[in-house]
Write a protein that binds this ligand. Sequence first.
Ligand code: KIV
Ligand code: ZN
Length: 467
Amino acid sequence: MTAERARITIFDTTLRDGEQSPGCSMNQPEKLRLAHQLDRLGVDVIEAGFPIASDGDFESVRAIATAVRRPIIAGLARACRPDIERAWEALKGAARPRIHVFLATSDIHLQYKLRITREQCLAQAREAVALAKSLCDDVEFSPEDATRTDPHFLCQVLEAVVEAGATTLNIPDTVGYTVPAEFGDLITAIRRRVKGIENVTISAHCHNDLGMAVANALAAVAAGARQVECTINGIGERAGNASLEEIVMAMRVRPDRFAYETGVVGDQIFAASQLLSEITGVPVQPNKAITGRNAFAHEAGIHQDGVLKNPLTYEIMTPQSVGVPDSKLVLGKHSGRHALGMRCEQLGYQFDRRALDDIYRRFVRLADKIKKVEDHHLLELIRDTHKPSGSATPLIEPIPAAKAASGIEPVISVPPANVAGPANPPAPEPMKPFPVGPQTNAFGVPLPVHSDPHHEQTQQEDYLWGV
Ligand code: KIV
Ligand code: ZN
């Protein structure tokens, strides 16, 4: 019998902290569109904005609160009356509203930013949460810069706001300073020392300045946090926030280490990532885990050969599990004949082994030489290989071995007229679109569902050539 998994609340702050990322601001219709996608994605809480920040943000929070009814809708407020009242004004139409109050607690922030004493901070936090509670049942409190706050004072503030009615205590690593073991210890200490903690949810809010936001969030969960704050594609202030898709998929791929569940609908992840990228115009980093365009792409011959035989060799999750339409094999200079032969077949050309050897040698030279290899290059290469004198501007010099082999007729599964050249290529299968942003220096080949036994004879050569 498997033990029951703890349920982790996914608090998405793409529309608030994420939007604070330079170049990522969104207008009201865009925010609403993304909020609907976050709803489809199954997040538990949508932090829709910071209503006091601008009229636009206020209207966005209000529109989302009115239109998106399943998740909790949160609005951010500093620990002061005008912010809290404005947040409530925007949120009060929500089916499940939450006011999120924050106040910095570290000495650095108290001394240089807020210019208040610890005593003043304690009183302000308590009063602000009590005011929020008088308006809304669901109140979250965040001691900003918690990880650089004296832990003793931090626990004092947390205890005061629990008494005042906070239902979630969010622990922000505002400047991405902490490391996993330390952050886990902090959550453990809070659970031990804060009176009334058993009645509230502990949350983690991690920034990525040292690239550890996701690891820190997972360490907090292991230590007892039951909410994580995160963003799509990890966008957010400076180096960003913990990425939603990475946290969720770490739990799904490694349940042996992270025995938790979330309400996230995996196959909506990629759509959310793409929509955010489309709205903001900020492309996803190509090697971004889970949602980058290379996350399920394979270029090296050994990898392509392995994935064609069984995707488990080089994929720890299926692309479909996160809503990516397909894996792709990228034909570049590291590719093997297995993948090249498959792409030729998809373009309508089937070669016997010697002919494929010949094409492959030319392909490697071409891939070495030009930056962007497209289908039409491959078609021209095929034509050049078999009719070298017919090309006015061959892409590559014929090589002696290829000359000798050029008499070999390919087994072509399209009418000969279509062999004429790139201007009139055989209609290939439409390519599966992959994430927005500049293309790589190669073209993508959709991965078939099953490995083709025709290719099995070439496996050894792929190890020799394709690496
Ligand atoms: O990083 C941070 O401290 C925040 C708080 C407002 C929660 O975003
Ligand atoms: Zn933040």
